[in-house]
Design a protein around this ligand. Structure first.
Ligand code: PLP
Length: 415
């Protein structure tokens, strides 16, 4: 090793600090396909345990859907495994074009450009379309990948208070002298499950001649009455300029992402976005399977309807059982506990009951906002949901939090 023992010790100290703060991420291994029921090796070396999964982004159950798997096999057979090229050299097949067209139609946009991930889409889009003299005005809770992308761009960066449209208006008034303005938001905020008020945002954008970019990673495929996303939910499908989204959540769960929107903006990404120009093309296997996902979603709303029904069953069951959930309509259901140790302890006990959920605490959520985040899937059956609610009731009873509101839980456990 090229570095000294002292340097090595310094790195080891950094890791120890993470552990001392209780922020260490343990290894967990899944020894089965991703699905409603999975086999988990945890802790490392323990025999695999069969549990119900309530913490995946597998919202529509496509991660191991038989028709999607068949399409992946067909893609492998007809177009091979890898492209060994970035898109613009020799990494674009006819099926990459087909997927882009199919995503454009599904999202109601003029054009779409594929990226290796949504993180890459967000890393590329801002620098491609915004520059000196422009301003990006973002919600303060946007996803880390949007923040990273904005940092790579020379436009001025400003923020507005989380989902606060009065504050956004002030910022838009303040920046009227800029060449271009772009509002940036998540469609669904992943920790709270809240929908951004996109209709009001579009009204403000019109009034102040401003563009709107929505990252719909936690919405594409299931939010809105035909699953197109938050822009469908708020009936503003023709008023959003850019959507970035992932194929790594509801739309198959493998990987890949895109920028979809006004054709000239997408064209600028094709010419300038660095992850598009300098990172490898999506595998034909994923492209072929994702085309199938969009086809299935365009043919019937069955799966997003089932997810909606599952979400309601779970939210109603938890409320009735006396657990303190954050109200909302999305399949992201935070069980609010406020105290990090309580969230961790309860998640561990849920695992013992055969339910796989994870406690979230600072810095992933604001301090004093610790929770267990539950995510529903169309792959869940009623019996799965009922078992999860029953386990929460049993574990909640053990910790004496059933029927307690925020004040009650904090009085008992602190933050
Ligand atoms: C998950 C997520 C991403 C990253 O998507 P990848 O395709 O996995 O890179 C980006 N933005 C938001 C809002 C997300 O939730």
């Amino acid at each position: 090793m090229a570095y000294s023992t002292a340097t090595r010790q310094a790195f080891a100290d950094d890791i120890a600090t993470i552990k001392e703060k209780g922020l260490f991420k343990e290894k967990r291994f899944i020894c089965s396909p991703q699905a409603a029921e999975i086999e988990v090796e945890y802790p490392e070396g323990a025999p695999c345990k069969r549990v119900l999964n309530f913490c995946a982004n597998n919202y529509l159950g496509f991660s191991s859907h038989p028709e999607v798997a068949r399409a992946a096999h067909a893609g492998l057979d007809s177009r091979g495994f890898g492209m060994s090229s970035v898109r613009f050299i020799c990494g674009t097949q006819d099926i990459h074009r087909e997927l882009q067209d199919s995503v454009s139609t599904f999202l109601g946009m003029e054009d779409t450009l594929l990226f290796p991930s949504c993180m890459d889409a967000n890393a590329g889009v801002f620098e491609a379309i915004m520059g000196k003299g422009d301003v990006i005005i973002a919600d303060r809770f946007i996803h880390a990948s949007l923040i990273d992308g904005i940092r790579l761009c020379s436009a001025e960066y400003d923020t507005f208070k989380h989902m606060d449209m009065k504050h956004l208006r002030k910022k838009l008034e303040l920046h009227q002298d800029k060449r271009r303005r772009l509002i940036v938001t998540d469609g669904v905020f992943s920790m709270d499950g809240d929908l951004c008020p996109l209709d009001e945002m579009c009204d403000l954008a019109d009034k102040f001649d401003t563009m709107v970019l929505v990252d719909d990673s936690h919405a594409s495929g299931f939010i809105g009455k035909t699953g197109r996303g938050v822009h469908e939910h708020f009936d503003v499908m023709d008023r959003v300029d850019l959507i970035t989204t992932t194929f790594g959540k509801a739309l198959g769960g493998a990987s890949g992402g895109c920028v979809s929107g006004r054709s000239e903006l997408v064209e600028l990404c094709r010419q300038k976005a660095r992850p598009y120009l300098f990172s490898n093309s999506l595998s034909p296997v994923i492209v072929s399977a994702t085309i199938k996902v969009i086809d299935l979603l365009s043919a019937t709303t069955e799966l997003r309807d089932k997810l909606e029904a599952n979400t309601k069953r779970f939210r109603d069951g938890m409320t009735e059982a006396g657990l303190n959930i954050r109200p909302g309509v999305t399949p992201i259901v935070p069980v609010m506990l406020y105290n990090a140790k309580l969230a961790n302890d309860m998640a561990r006990d849920m695992y013992a009951e055969g339910i796989y959920v994870i406690g979230f605490f600072f810095p992933v959520v604001p301090e004093g906002q610790a929770r267990i985040r539950v995510q529903l899937s169309a792959a869940h059956e009623n019996a799965h949901i009922d078992k999860c609610v029953a386990a929460f009731k049993k574990v909640g009873e053990k910790y004496g939090i059933l029927g307690l509101d925020k004040k009650g839980i904090i009085e008992k456990y602190g933050t």
